[in-house]
Design a protein around this ligand. Structure first.
Ligand code: GDP
Ligand code: MG
Length: 663
């Protein structure tokens, strides 16, 4: 037995008292609950995603849904073959002992209220339906509320839904089944809904579409109650059907006979009572399971129980949503009234952007983006540098010639002059140096581009985040940032160009490592020369720094070989200095560039962009963006609604707590 069923069986036992006692306790306790829920429904809290306890009437087409509602209300509803109920009808029945004649009111389409009479209600509902769902056979999920204030009706709010039909009738859209199924599911899926499943006694229950649908959302049937109609038409086997319970109806069955033909409601009740009393088959059914009065009582109990059960949760949901909407509204940008306001807000945003960027680009502080490694900028830039340093060759790049020192010898040949043979021509050194530096020229250019592309992406993202509330100036901001990075890129390109030029135009280092490496290499010079000159020995020799080399091609040019070796020794030693300068120099250049950008350039460029043309950008900030305007309106409305709802449930909760009952 579920919680709900347990509470329900308790209240069933408790309700075995006289009618007037029920009425008295009812007016004290249940009526206010029902009023509260109806007021919440009226306030449309469901729009805030808060589900209300609701009794939903479902059934296959012509199973007798509208007839059951008529019997409960004692009024005529559009009834008959084919599709009659085309929009959800919320029927609110209110017992009013003072009412001499029934008062009927229709509410629909955002607050339209139409007062009508018992004789005209069917027409009024049809007219309202036509207004909402068109005059054809289409359907809609926008509800009509019918308030019936009448002496002797049970206090109940029920929702009548379009009947389920597999086959579209003439003039109905092809997807009518899906449309109706969607509306029904929307109403019966919430666990706060009680499903009143109307089944015709003339059909086999397991074949009913409505049974299939309610089982999908309420498998155990713990919130499903069955009403069996048309018992007068098919009394045979009914007792077995409702006692076997093949279809898992957790809350039980109530068999009824509705009004037939031109009977009055009072006549119909008399006929029903007679039927269940004297009919040879129907009289065998338990009296707790038959008749409209029993159904009314059961529904009233179920309703009270489900409301009392749901209310605390509704209070919690209202409070949650209220605080969420209030926070969201607080976080909206302030209303800007004049240019001074706009300028203040703009510089405030700018300050936040620069502070964020300084943290991630300069100070390695990631508290704002703990989990998004893309924004851990100093680490990402350091990685780019590591890759860059690895891409630069640690050893001087070899020429295309496979023979040892051949490249050096060729250059020496071409730079020789009329002078003493043991002077190493400086021009030979510079020619080779230039050639080698040219092979790595593109690498530093690629690095600065990669770094600036990345930093630009970070700057734009942070800026967009902070200026989210002012989309009307975001494209100007983006433009300013793009301009700024174009300048940064141009500056860096110039810097890299100069770094390369400097390496090519002169050879200099004060780094003692140069002389040290050169002398180390030159220590094998004698061994090398011996191998070149002593033709009786092998031409293959292993040299530190150069590995195993073959000198046979140099044996005819000993003088050139001597110079070529020296040249190679100098270039090899000097290459290390060049690489260090390219790495260190560029790193410092980038660090300076990023720092300057965050600390000065960004503010200046953005301010220039937005303040120019007589502060055109500030003027634009003043016109509220449509999206933030509607958002603000929506939040304000929702807060008003939730505050009202809170008051409604607040008063009722106080009462419940004070009486100590029902919860
Ligand atoms: P809905 O489509 O589910 O709303 O079904 P209606 O309430 O419009 O009823 C369909 C038809 O069944 C109507 O002609 C009703 O008069 C008839 N009907 C409903 N309940 C009973 C009943 O208990 N006994 C008999 N004999 N006919 C009924
Ligand atoms: Mg109907």
């Amino acid at each position: 037995m579920s919680d709900l069923q347990m509470v329900l069986s308790d209240t069933t036992a408790a309700s075995a008292v006289t009618g007037s006692a029920i009425a008295a306790s009812y007016n004290d306790q249940i009526r206010p609950l029902l009023d509260a829920v109806d007021r919440l429904r009226h306030l449309k809290v469901t729009q805030e995603g808060i589900q209300l306890p609701t009794i939903v009437v479902v059934g296959d087409q012509s199973s007798g849904k509208s007839s059951v509602l008529e019997s409960l209300a004692g009024i005529s509803l559009p009834r008959g073959q084919g599709i009659c109920t085309r929009v959800p009808l919320v029927m609110r029945l209110q017992d009013d002992p003072a009412a001499d004649s029934p008062v009927l009111q229709l509410e629909y389409s955002n607050g339209r209220v139409v007062t009508t009479t018992e004789a005209n209600v069917a027409d009024a509902i049809n007219a309202a339906t036509a207004e909402i769902a068109g005059s054809g056979k289409g359907i809609s999920d926008a509800p009509i509320t019918l308030v019936v204030r009448k002496r002797g009706v049970p206090d109940l709010t029920l929702v009548d839904l379009p009947g389920i039909t597999r086959v579209p009738v003439q003039g109905q859209p092809d997807d009518i089944y899906d449309q109706i199924a969607r509306i029904i599911r929307e109403y019966i899926a919430p666990k706060e809904s009680i499903i009143l499943n109307v089944l015709s006694a003339t059909v086999d229950f397991p074949t009913c579409e409505s049974i299939r649908m309610s089982q999908q959302v309420d498998r155990t049937g713990e919130r499903t109650l069955a009403v069996v109609t048309k018992v007068d038409k098919a009394p045979e086997g009914l007792l077995e059907k409702v006692t076997m319970d093949d279809v898992n109806i957790g809350l039980g069955y109530v068999c009824v006979r509705n009004r037939i033909g031109e009977e009055t409601y009072d006549q119909a009740r008399v006929e029903e009572e007679r039927l269940f009393k004297y009919h040879p088959l129907l009289s065998k059914i338990d009296k707790d399971m038959v008749g409209i009065p029993v159904l009314a009582q059961r529904l009233v109990q179920i309703q009270a129980t489900i409301i009392a059960k749901c209310l605390p949760d509704i209070v919690r949901q209202i409070n949650d949503r209220l605080s969420r909407s209030s926070t969201e509204l607080d976080q909206m940008p302030p209303d800007l009234n004049n240019v001074a306001d706009a300028v203040r807000e703009f510089f405030h945003i700018l300050k936040l952007v620069c502070a964020s960027l300084e943290k991630i680009l300069v100070r390695s502080e990631f508290d704002e983006y703990p989990d998004d490694s893309h924004f851990h900028a100093t680490a990402r830039i350091a990685e780019m540098f590591d890759r860059y340093a690895k891409k630069l060759p640690a050893q001087i790049p070899k020429g295309s010639d496979q023979l040892f020192l051949m490249e050096e010898m060729r250059v020496l040949e071409e730079t020789k002059g009329i002078n003493l043979p043991n002077f190493l021509p400086r021009s030979a050194f510079l020619v080779l140096l230039k050639k080698k530096v040219d092979t790595v020229m593109q690498v530093p250019h690629d690095l600065v581009n990669e770094v600036w592309n990345y930093v630009e992406d970070i700057v734009v993202k942070v800026l967009m985040q902070h200026s989210d509330n002012f989309p009307q100036v975001q494209s100007a901001c983006r433009r300013a940032v793009q301009g700024m990075f174009e300048k940064a890129r141009a500056r860096s390109a110039q810097h890299v160009k100069e770094l390369i030029e400097m390496e090519k135009v002169a050879d200099y280092t004060a780094n003692p490592d140069y002389m040290k490496t050169w002398s180390e290499i030159m220590q094998c010079h004698d061994r090398f020369m011996k191998a070149v000159e002593d033709k009786s020995k092998s031409a293959k020799i292993t040299l530190e720094f150069f590995g195993e080399v073959d000198v046979s091609h140099m044996r005819a040019h000993a003088d050139l070989a001597r110079q070529a070796f020296d040249l190679r020794a100098r270039l090899t030693a000097y290459w290390k200095s060049i690489m260090l300068r390219l790495i260190d120099g560029l790193a410092l250049h980038i660090l300076l560039g990023v720092k300057r950008l965050v600390e000065n350039d960004l503010e200046e460029e953005l301010a220039n962009e937005l303040l120019r043309n007589k502060m055109a950008g500030m003027e634009r900030m003043l016109t509220p963006s449509p999206s933030s305007g509607t958002k603000r309106e929506r939040l304000k409305k929702s807060i008003v609604l939730l505050r009202q709802s809170k008051e409604v449930v607040g008063s009722i909760m106080d009462r419940i707590c004070a009486s100590g009952e029902l919860v």
